[in-house]
Design a protein around this ligand. Structure first.
Ligand SMILES: NC(=O)c1ccc[n+]([C@@H]2O[C@H](COP(=O)([O-])OP(=O)(O)OC[C@H]3O[C@@H](n4cnc5c(N)ncnc54)[C@H](O)[C@@H]3O)[C@@H](O)[C@H]2O)c1
Ligand SMILES: O=C(O)C1=N[C@H](C(=O)O)CCC1
Length: 212
């Protein structure tokens, strides 16, 4: 497929471009700080940029009328609503974490969340020193899945790709669930799965949970 990437010069943009090209797809369009790169109209747009770029992404999706895979974190509620409006016309896949492991993590949370009333619960997320938002979108997803108002601690260390730990404790024991992304490829693999998922969809709003 012919792909377009918003944020193509970034850490994730480069990882996604490399993986898709490895799988014989073609990068034909991009948008970044220095503007638009146009070779030809893409068949899909993938956005890993920043929340302030969202309206530009929205404009390009409407212009090209193609599916959107968006991983950018820190989106406002209004921007999520705008994605759902876009999804009336094209397929949209939105997730703050495109790794398989975090999807399994969330399924474990859904299983145990009603069994830990009265326990102490905390989330710790660790990411690379360059990450602009805090806490991570993934930590927010874990908190939402727990459906409990629990504290999130954020560490910004070196080049950590993405660590998340959920700690649960009563007075007699501690239980923890942890996930470590060893590289950004884990996320790019999920983006590839999502791009393949939308090829036979006319429209609709999907999360990565729907994809796997
Ligand atoms: N959903 C996931 O699985 C997942 C995984 C990793 C990162 N992320 C998120 O993806 C986003 C990007 O992460 P990253 O590490 O690649 O960041 P990055 O800073 O390396 O890349 C962001 C890109 O967006 C571009 N950009 C910034 N402002 C812009 C503007 N105004 N107009 C056009 N382009 C602009 C930058 O030049 C850069 O190329 C972040 O929100 C991050 O949290 C999500
Ligand atoms: O590198 C990042 O930035 C990441 N952000 C996601 C988040 O905010 O949850 C998770 C994956 C890595």
């Amino acid at each position: 497929m012919k792909i377009g990437i918003v944020g193509y010069k970034g850490r994730m943009g480069k990882e996604i471009k490399d993986l898709f090209e490895e799988k014989n797809h073609e990068f034909v369009w991009g948008y970044d700080k220095d503007g638009e790169y146009f070779q030809e109209t893409p068949q899909i747009i993938i956005d890993f940029s920043l929340p302030e770029v969202f309206e530009k992404t929205e404009d390009y999706v409407k212009k090209f009328n193609v599916p959107l895979i968006i991983g950018t974190t820190g989106l406002q509620d209004e921007q999520i609503e705008a994605l759902k409006a876009l999804a009336k016309d094209v397929p949209v896949v939105q997730s703050y974490n495109f790794s398989i492991g975090i999807q399994l993590f969330l399924k474990m949370v859904d299983f145990l969340k009603d069994k830990i009333d009265g326990w102490d619960i905390e989330i710790v997320e660790t990411h690379h020193r360059f990450k602009k938002d805090k806490p991570s979108g993934t930590a927010k997803m874990i908190k939402e899945s727990l459906d409990k108002d629990v504290p999130i601690s954020s560490l910004r260390l070196g080049n950590v790709a993405g660590d998340h730990v959920l700690y649960m404790a009563n007075l007699g024991e501690v239980l923890s669930i942890s996930h470590r992304a060893l590289s950004r490829r884990a996320f790019a693999e999920g983006v590839l799965k999502s791009a393949e998922f939308v090829t036979n969809k006319k429209n609709g709003y999907f999360t990565f949970t729907d994809v796997i």
